[in-house]
Write a protein that binds this ligand. Sequence first.
Ligand code: FES
Length: 100
Amino acid sequence: MVVVKVIDSDGGEHTLEVTDPSKSILDLAEDQWIELPYSCRSGACYACVAKVKKWAECLEQNKTGEKLVDTEEDEFLTCIGWVKNECVDKDEEVVLEMLV
Ligand code: FES
């Protein structure tokens, strides 16, 4: 099963299991008692931005709405970002580094 490693802005590392692929990365983290930064939860503020360090092809954004802020190509908003369904059962690791 895919895991998501999140490196926080202090350098701490957290490993998320994708237990429910219908949930955003931010929601998965909260379910596993991992605090990640956020504000609007709707793709409008940039507070939850992360840089994708590994396996960008299995991440998707805008599943439930449009991203409302500009981001660089390798940046990812965890509040509106998911692991793609077709990647959930793969034995791989996604790595995200929080920028805030
Ligand atoms: S929390 Fe505002 S863009 Fe994600």
